[in-house]
Write a protein that binds this ligand. Sequence first.
Ligand SMILES: *Cc1c(COP(=O)(O)O)cnc(C)c1O
Length: 328
Amino acid sequence: MGPEVGELEKKVARFCGRQYAVGVCSGTQALFLALKSLGIGRGDEVLTTSLSWIATANAIRLTGASPVFADIGDDLNISPESAARLCARKVKAIIPVHYTGKVADMKGILGISKKWRIPVVEDAAQAFGASLNGRRAGSFGRLGCFSMNPMKVFAGLGEAGMIVTDEKALYEKIAILRYNGMINREICVEPSLNGRLDTLQAAILLERFPEIQKTIAVRKRIVGWYRKLLPPEVCLPAEKPGERDGWYSFTIRTPQRDRLRSYLSEKGIETQIQHRRLMCEQEPYRRCRGESVMASRLVREVLCIPFHEKLSYNDVRYVAESIQSFFS
Ligand SMILES: *Cc1c(COP(=O)(O)O)cnc(C)c1O
C-alpha cells in the first residue's frame, strides 16, 4: 500500500469520470468485494451474462449468492430482453460484462436496474478506456470493476484490479473489506480477505497509464486493417455509432470456425476460443437459472484471431489472406 496505489486510484477514478477508486489484487477480487460491499450474500441471486471468463460467476457464488445467466446478443454481450425475462424478486444485482472490450447495452440494463431497484456492477475487466455515448466503461453502474492482469489492454506485469464508484460509503466499505475487514490495525468489523493491490504493480500501471489512449488507438488501427482485408465470409465485430470499444480481443465469427482454426494453425497462425464452455455449462453452475440459446450457438462460431499492438500491416495481411484462401 505504498503511495503509488493511491496515486493510481486517483488517476483511474478521474479517467473513468468517478469520485473514488480502490486498487485491489485482481479483477476477480474487484467483483467479489463490489458485491460484498452491497451486502449481496446467501439467498440472493445476481443476474449476469452466459458468456464471460468464469471469474464473473465465481465472484457471485463466493458471496453465497447464485448467478442467473442471461442470454447474449449478436454483440456477444448480455441481452437486456433476456435479462428482463429472468429478473425476479430474489435478484439483488446485475453484472453486465463489457465483453471483448465492447460496452454492453447499458440503456437496457439500467432500465431493468431502475424498474427492479437493484444495483448494477459492471464487469469492465476487458473494457478499460472503452465508452458508450461519451461515458466510460465503469461509470454506468453503482460500481465498476477492472482487471489489470497482464492479458488486458491496460496491464500490469502481474495481478491487479480496481473498483470505481461515486459513493463515499461504498468506497469506505471496500477499503475496509480489502484489508481483512479491518478499520485499522486493531479492529475487525467484518470477515474478509486480503485484497490489496501490490505497490510494484501500481507503480508499473502508473508508468503505463499515460499511454493507454495511444495503445487503444494502435489497436483500433489494426482493426481497420482487418476490416479492409478480411473476406465477407467472416462476421466482424461492429462498432456502432456512439460505441468506442476498448478492443481487448478481435473476435470474428463463422459457422466453419473449427475447420478455419485448424487451417490457420497449419499456416502458423495461433487463434483462441474464448470461452468454449459457457459459464452455465460449468459443473458448479449447471443447475442455475438462465437462458442460453443464442450463447450456445454463437460460442460455436467465435474465434479470436491474432491481435496485439506489435502486429505489423504485413502480419495482419498474412492472417487475412490465409483466412481468404481458406474460404476460396
Ligand atoms: C480478466 C477478467 C476477469 C478477472 O480478472 P483477474 O484480474 O484475472 O482476476 C473478470 N471478468 C472478465 C470478463 C475478465 O476478462
